[in-house]
Write a protein that binds this ligand. Structure first.
Ligand SMILES: [Zn+2]
Length: 492
C-alpha cells in the first residue's frame, strides 16, 4: 500500500490486503516496530545506566566473576533479576533464565619465580620476579617446584617430520625451557603453535617447566596442558635470562621468524614454583532472555545479542574486569531493556545471551551454539559485544564477511548514534571471542570491540571502572539495539 492512495481506496482495499497477507503468512500478523518506536526505545539506553551496571559487576563482591565460582553466580543472579524486572521472558525449557553446563577448574594457591645467581658467582643476590610485570603463571596449568637451568628452544616445535625441530642438539631433561610465542613466516604451524602443543612437546622431551615469552597477563584457559608448570614471562625478563649469552629476544626473533633455528643453554638458573588447587568439575550458567518474534512463520528464527559475563577471577588480586567484559554485559542489559520497551515486536525472536566461561576458552558460547534452548530453531545472526568500555566507535570483526550485518549496523548507527565510528574487518575462524563457535557452524556471527580508546589494564587488576568511558557503551548499545531489531524484523 502506497501513501498516494486515498483514504477511501485504502478502506476498500483493506479486507483484500489483510486476506492476502493472511494467506501469505499463514496467520495474521502485526507490523514490526516503526523507526519512531525504535528511536524512542533506543533513547532509554543511557551512559549512566550502563555505568551503574559496570559498577555492580566490577565490585569486589563479584570477585572477578570467574566462571564456576560464587562471584560469577552473583553476577548471574544480578543479571537475571534485572531481566525479570524488564519483563523479558525466559526460554520455555529454562524457566529461571539459566542454562547450566560444567567445566574443569583448578586455580592457583601459590606461585613464585626466582632468578638465581649464576653458578660460581660470588655474593650474587636472587631476584624475585614480580607477578604481572615480569611473569604470570597459567592459572589452570600444572604444578611443580623446580630449581633448574634455563634452555632456550626457539618456538618450541617438536616437528622434525615437518622440517622443524627446535629441540635438536639440546638436552632439556629436568630443565626449564624458554620459548618464543608465534611461528616462522611462510607457512601455518597449526598443530604446533598452541600453548598446549608447546607444553606437550616440552613434556615429551623431559623438561620440568615451560616459560612462554609473551605479555605476562593473567591467563585462565582450561584448554592448556597440565603436564608441567608453565608461565608467561615478559620480554624484558626473558632478556635478563639471555643476558649471559649477550643476546636479546628481539635479535632471536629476527632469526627465528625467517625460519632459522636457535636453541642453546642460557646459563641462567631459576626456581620456578606453582602450587595449583585440585582440579575439579564445576557447574556454571549462561543467562538467556527472549523477545519472542511476532510472526509465527519465522519466530523460530532468532538473532543472538551476546556478551560474556565472566572474567578471570581474583588471583593474585581482584581483577574487576570493568572493560572486559562488564562493559559488554552492561551494554547487553541496556539493549535487552530497550527491546522490552518496544511497542511492537520484530518478526523474529531476539535472544539476549550472557555467556559464561569465555575466559576459559569460549565454553559458554560453544555450549549455547551446540544446545540452543527450546523454540530457537535457526540462528540468523550473532552480534557479540566484547570490551565496549573505552573508545569512540566499534570494530565489527566479521562485518566484511556478512554485508547484511554491516549494513544493519551502519543504518542503526546513522539513525541512533550519529558520529559514532564503525569499522568492519574480515574473520577467517580461530577467533578469540564468543562469535567464533557460531561462525564455525556457518552462522553469520560478528564480535564488536570498542576502538579508538585505551583498553587500560587488560587482564590485570588495573581494569577498573575508573578507565571506562560510559558514552562508548551508550552509543555502542544503541547501535547494536537498532541493528538487532533490523535483522530480526527483515522481510522473510
Ligand atoms: Zn578477557
Amino acid at each position: 500500500m502506497t501513501e498516494r492512495r486515498s483514504a477511501t481506496e485504502r478502506r476498500a482495499l483493506l479486507p483484500f490486503l489483510v486476506g492476502a497477507s493472511l494467506l501469505a503468512a499463514g496467520v495474521s500478523q502485526a507490523a514490526g516496530p516503526t523507526e519512531a518506536e525504535v528511536a524512542s526505545a533506543s533513547a532509554r539506553i543511557t551512559a549512566a545506566s550502563a555505568l551503574a551496571t559496570v559498577e555492580v559487576l566490577a565490585a569486589p563482591g563479584m570477585a572477578g566473576r570467574l566462571s564456576g565460582t560464587d562471584g560469577y553466580r552473583k553476577a548471574a543472579d544480578h543479571v537475571v533479576s534485572e531481566l525479570r524486572k524488564a519483563g523479558l521472558r525466559p526460554p520455555l525449557d529454562l524457566p529461571d533464565h539459566r542454562q547450566a553446563f560444567t567445566h574443569g577448574l583448578a586455580g592457583i594457591e601459590a606461585a613464585s619465580l626466582t632468578l638465581l645467581p649464576a653458578e660460581g658467582e660470588k655474593d650474587g643476590t636472587p631476584y624475585e620476579a614480580e607477578v604481572l610485570k615480569d611473569w604470570s603463571p597459567m592459572v589452570n596449568g600444572g604444578s611443580g617446584d623446580v630449581t633448574a637451568e634455563v634452555v632456550f628452544v626457539g618456538y618450541g616445535f617438536d616437528a622434525a617430520s615437518e622440517g622443524r625441530d627446535d629441540y635438536a642438539g639440546v638436552d632439556v631433561k629436568r630443565k626449564v625451557v624458554l620459548v618464543l610465542r608465534g611461528e616462522p613466516e611462510g607457512r601455518e604451524w597449526k598443530d604446533h603453535r598452541s600453548t598446549v602443543a608447546r607444553t606437550k612437546a616440552a613434556a615429551r622431551k623431559g623438561a620440568a617447566g615451560l616459560l612462554l615469552i609473551d605479555s605476562p597477563v593473567t591467563s585462565t584457559s582450561v584448554g592448556i596442558s597440565r603436564d608441567l608448570p608453565e608461565a608467561m614471562v615478559s620480554e624484558a625478563f626473558a632478556d635478563r635470562l639471555l643476558a649471559g649469552k649477550k643476546l636479546t629476544v628481539a635479535e632471536l626473533r629476527k632469526v627465528l621468524s625467517k625460519g632459522g633455528l636457535a636453541s642453546f643453554e642460557t646459563g641462567s638458573r631459576l626456581r620456578f614454583q606453582v602450587k595449583g588447587r585440585p582440579w575439579r568439575e564445576v557447574t556454571t550458567h549462561n543467562v538467556v532472555a527472549l523477545l519472542p518474534g511476532s510472526d509465527p512463520s519465522v519466530k523460530g528464527e532468532y538473532v543472538v545479542v551476546g556478551a560474556h559475563l565472566d572474567h578471570i577471577g581474583d588471583w593474585p588480586r581482584l581483577n574487576p574486569g570493568a572493560d572486559d567484559n562488564a562493559s559488554g554485559s552492561a551494554s547487553l542489559l541496556e539493549v535487552a531493556r530497550a527491546a522490552a520497551a518496544l511497542k511492537s515486536r520484530p518478526r523474529r525472536t531476539i535472544a539476549f545471551v550472557f555467556f559464561a566461561a569465555e575466559e576459559l576458552g569460549l565454553l559458554g558460547a560453544e555450549h549455547f551454539a551446540s544446545h540452543p534452548p527450546k523454540g530457537l530453531e535457526k540462528c540468523v545472526a550473532v552480534l557479540n559485544m566484547d570490551m565496549l568500555g573505552a573508545g569512540n566507535g566499534l570494530y565489527v570483526a566479521g562485518g566484511e564477511n556478512f554485508p547484511e550485518i554491516r549494513a544493519a549496523m551502519e543504518g542503526a548507527r546513522d539513525r541512533l548514534a550519529p558520529g559514532f565510528g564503525l569499522k568492519s574487518g574480515r574473520i577467517r575462524g580461530e577467533g578469540r571471542a564468543d562469535h567464533a563457535p557460531f561462525f564455525e557452524k556457518g552462522i553469520h556471527a560478528v564480535s564488536l570491540f570498542a576502538m579508538g580508546g585505551d583498553h587500560h589494564g587488560y587482564h590485570s587488576p588495573d581494569d577498573t571502572v575508573y578507565f571506562v568511558t560510559p558514552k562508548t557503551m551508550e552509543s555502542g548499545a544503541r547501535t547494536v539495539f537498532g541493528a538487532a531489531v533490523a535483522l530480526a524484523d527483515a522481510k522473510p
